[in-house]
Write a protein that binds this ligand. Structure first.
Ligand SMILES: C[S@@+](CC[C@H](N)C(=O)[O-])C[C@H]1O[C@@H](n2cnc3c(N)ncnc32)[C@H](O)[C@@H]1O
Length: 426
């Protein structure tokens, strides 16, 4: 779920200023200065534009549009705190500008001040009650605060007026599914597909909720899910859902290979780097691969990995010239991948002969001989399927450990960690 960023373009002061603020003839240099500053701003000469906006504000402190434009520029530069100061400065002069209120809300949301953002959007809606983007962003703030009911109610009311509002449909489908209303969620995903038959995520979720067989998740779906999740992935998984797989992997590794020190680790689907955190003290070099740039941005901040690649895993394995990894890990990734045939083959080509491949899967109660797309949208892999596919690719399974992977609603998702090697098991 992403807020709609409608920052508006820089406001042209001459068009939007009330008569009493119009520039008097003594200020005839102002017009050329404004033209100049807009040009700098619009052409991306931000330093110059900022300098001139600040200078103009000092000289003309009563023109709210200058605060708006300077706030806009600082927002574009990611300097949200300063941008907010300018927006609030503008609101001190004109507290009924919808544009100012809207952008103030976006800034507050970026700063994680969701309650303040809610107040700004509510105020903007007093000025412009029919503004759909305002309603939509207000719902997004409730979602960030975990108030799913309020968010869902707003999405539903947007759809009552504008049944084709795709972002609201998408969010409502997600929330409905999250809260276990699978049939309603399926209908909502179908509505999305009627509007946009190419919508990969909706197609995937509709298939999952209809019990259709699939053998992989669309790349766009995985990227979208994790790009949106990146900012709160760790808090959500480790703090709320009891996710501890990376440290379980380390325990199993050290149990099987006491004193083991893999020289080169490849972390496929590394996400925010939780596996890297566990293994970094053992390894000389770590490479991470992930399809979600935003997950990798978080991993990058940790400065643990020697190399990070934004790539789909199979694409990476098809093209990566490196070989001889002595530990390759896939932690909670195969539920998004589906079919394991090519993965197992390609990992075997780049693995050192003495190396180990560790991965987790979600369970499915049957002995299905192919991946099963579950109603959650993730794949489960039966033991039979893993053993057969591994054997075909020349792997020997050294261990399988059953465990609780993470919480979902009332219960735990159960799964297994496998460790495989190309060398014969002694
Ligand atoms: C549940 S997260 C697990 C992240 C990390 N391994 C951990 O244990 O915290 C799944 C990760 O796999 C990535 N992923 C899933 N399918 C992928 C694919 N086909 N190619 C690349 N990355 C993928 C997602 O982007 C996401 O970051």
């Amino acid at each position: 779920m992403v807020l709609i960023a409608r920052h508006f373009s820089a406001i042209c002061i001459f068009d939007s200023m009330p008569d009493e603020q119009l520039i008097s003839s003594e200020d005839n240099s102002l017009e050329s200065r404004l033209t100049e500053v807009f040009e700098h701003h619009q052409n991306g000469y931000y330093d110059r534009a900022e300098f001139h906006y600040r200078e103009l504000i000092e000289q003309y402190p009563g023109i709210w549009q200058l605060y708006f434009n300077c706030g806009l520029l600082l927002f574009e530069l990611g300097r949200y705190e300063e941008a907010l100061d300018f927006y609030l400065g503008g609101l001190a002069i004109n507290d009924s500008s919808e544009d100012l209120l809207y952008n103030t809300g976006i800034c507050q949301k970026e700063l994680g001040r969701f309650e303040e953002a809610i107040a700004s959007y509510q105020r903007a809606l007093e000025v412009a009650p029919d503004d759909i983007d305002c309603h939509y962003n207000l719902a997004g703030c409730y979602r960030f605060l975990g108030e799913d009911d309020k968010a869902a109610h707003i999405y539903a009311s947007i759809l009552a007026h504008t049944p084709t509002h795709l972002p609201s449909l998408n969010n409502l489908a997600y929330l409905t599914h999250k809260h276990g209303e699978n049939e309603r969620a399926r209908e909502l995903y179908e509505r999305i597909l009627e509007l946009n038959p190419e919508h990969a995520s909706a197609d995937h979720m509709r298939a999952a909720l209809s019990g259709e067989a699939r053998n992989h998740s669309p790349n766009g779906y995985v990227r979208e899910v994790f790009d949106q999740f990146a900012g709160h992935y760790e808090a959500s998984l480790t703090d709320n859902l009891g996710y501890d797989l990376p440290s379980e992997l380390l325990n199993i590794y050290l149990h099987l290979l006491p004193g083991g020190r893999p020289q080169r680790l490849l972390d496929l689907g590394c996400g925010t780097g939780l596996v890297g955190e566990q293994f970094c003290s053992l390894c000389q070099s770590m490479t991470g691969v992930d399809i979600s740039r935003k997950m990798l941005d978080v991993a990058h901040e940790k400065k643990l990995y020697n190399y990070l690649h934004v790539s789909e895993i199979i694409e990476f394995l098809r093209t990566d010239p490196e070989t001889n990894y002595d530990l390759i890990v896939c932690a909670d990734v195969l539920p998004y991948l589906g079919d394991l045939e090519e993965l197992f083959n390609r990992v075997s080509y780049i693995m050192a002969t003495h190396g180990h491949f560790m991965f987790s899967v979600e369970h499915f109660s049957s002995d299905a001989d192919s991946p099963v797309l579950q109603q959650s949208g993730r794949f489960a892999h039966s033991g039979c399927y893993v053993f057969d596919t591994a054997a075909r690719a020349g792997w020997n399974i050294i261990s399988q450990t059953l465990l609780n992977l993470r919480k979902e609603r009332e219960g735990w998702i159960q799964g297994s960690i496998y460790v495989m090697s190309l060398a014969p098991v002694k």
